[in-house]
Ligand binder design. Structure first.
Ligand SMILES: [Zn+2]
Ligand SMILES: [Zn+2]
Length: 176
């Protein structure tokens, strides 16, 4: 089983996550700095506004896999007047530039600043989405794909997160 490593800030601009799978350990570096995203935005001919800079900061090191709406709620608390439309446009621009992954896990699209090759676990109770890593995902044996040209494979583990599982255990212990 995979052990979730800790996330360490390795520089001003990057976060790294140390992971251990079996005997192998490796580091994943993810999330560009707000400055790097500003530079990428300008290079793409897009304006860097204070609203967008706020969103770059909120996305930096963000492991929540936010929807446009949940990111908007955080942003509007810090900068009243920012619009949901701006948040949505900025997220889709970043996704088009390859700086974010847009992921569909049922419900609204979520945005993921981790653009490394990874997969997700989803808690069906609280909705928490976590990054998981499957090193040999391309090598799994699959039946029924004959003639199908695969562009991407996304593995989603659904179930209960540790918090919800222990809450459920506690509840069933009370009932007994
Ligand atoms: Zn949960
Ligand atoms: Zn992710």
């Amino acid at each position: 089983m995979q052990e979730q490593g800790r996330v360490t800030k390795i520089a001003d601009f990057a976060y790294s996550q140390d992971l251990q799978i079996g005997r192998e350990s490796f580091s994943v570096i993810f999330v560009k700095s707000p400055e790097q995203l500003s530079t990428a935005f300008r290079a793409a001919g897009l304006k860097v506004t204070p609203q967008r800079q706020l969103l770059f900061r909120l996305l930096h090191g963000n492991e929540m896999h936010p929807t446009a709406e949940t990111l908007y709620e955080v942003a509007v608390a810090k900068m009243p007047g920012i619009s949901l439309r701006t948040v949505y446009q900025t997220l889709t621009d970043l996704a088009a530039m390859g700086e974010l992954q847009q992921i569909q896990l049922g419900g609204a699209a979520r945005f993921d600043p981790n653009v490394d090759d990874h997969h997700h676990s989803v808690c069906t109770t609280c909705g928490e989405v976590r990054d998981v890593y499957v090193p040999d995902a391309g090598a799994i044996s699959v039946a029924g794909l004959d003639g199908f040209s695969v562009h991407a494979a996304r593995i989603v583990f659904s179930g209960k997160c540790p918090q919800c599982a222990s809450a459920a255990d506690a509840l069933s212990a009370v009932k007994q």
